[in-house]
Design a protein around this ligand. Sequence first.
Ligand code: PEP
Ligand code: MG
Length: 324
Amino acid sequence: ASDVDEPVVAARVSTADGRGIEVAANVGRPAELDPAAERGADGIGLYRTEFLFLDRDAPPDEDEQFEAITAALQAFPDERVVVRTLDVGGDKQVPYLDLPAEPNPFLGRRGVRLSLSDHADLFETQLRALLRAAATDAGDGLAVMVPMVARVEEVEDVLSRIEAVAATLDTEGVDYEIPALGAMVETPAASYVAGALADRLDFLSIGTNDLTQYVMAADRENDGVADLHDPLHPAVLRAVDRTVTAAHACDAWVGMCGEMAGDPDLTELLVGLGLDELSMSAVTVPAVKQRVRETDSETAAALADEILACETRAAVVARLDGVE
Ligand code: PEP
Ligand code: MG
């Protein structure tokens, strides 16, 4: 399944001055697991679980989800595997779920909003599968994150549902562990309350595809506003910066799993902004690792400071190109 000639041994990579950065892969279906390992990914930074729900007539049961999660853990037995709970709604429709028709789906019931309301039953099943998978041999590496968070209360609600699921599994005598827990930062609201989120969680992961869409009010799928859907706009970069700073103040690690993380020309900037993990399409893992190795973290931090002071995309790009 892979077009890689020489498998690369998975290894955590460090900057030239020794700061460890995890370079992980985004995976959207099981067939992508082995190629990600062959490319040298340090685990999975985003496992999109939608594949389990699409192109079928009924949702997967708990055992099917458990099997899929444990397969991912076994593909990366010594690494972290971040599984995202179901992220449908918005552009992703699932006919049998009877999702509401909405005038503005990207501003509607999607991600964790659905998991906590109309589809609490599906969420509970997914949580049961995840907690059981965390108790398996490679389960120590499991981390779970929820998409489309905008409010602290959503995270608190997720945490109490996890406690309830754990209590039920306990009563049933089923083995489980509570995995590391995180939230995606992909709404401006989440970036503004990142400290409060991080206070309650182990990590945050910045989804720049959606974060850019919502910061810039520019549909990520609309070619007519493609120039506005721009992660190099100073506002997006400042949202990333405030998220990293807030997470670190709460001793939470913070990653990035949007497309931006996989651009080797942005690696120095992202290291300079303080990200601990970058997760991307597996194909770009080797190039980003190489850029991490070439980066000096103090120089990168100085670059990030200068770029955060820029007022326009043009100024950001000029500074990245070393023109200013
Ligand atoms: C994102 O929004 O940046 C992200 C990684 O999630 P998705 O692309 O699946 O919405
Ligand atoms: Mg997203």
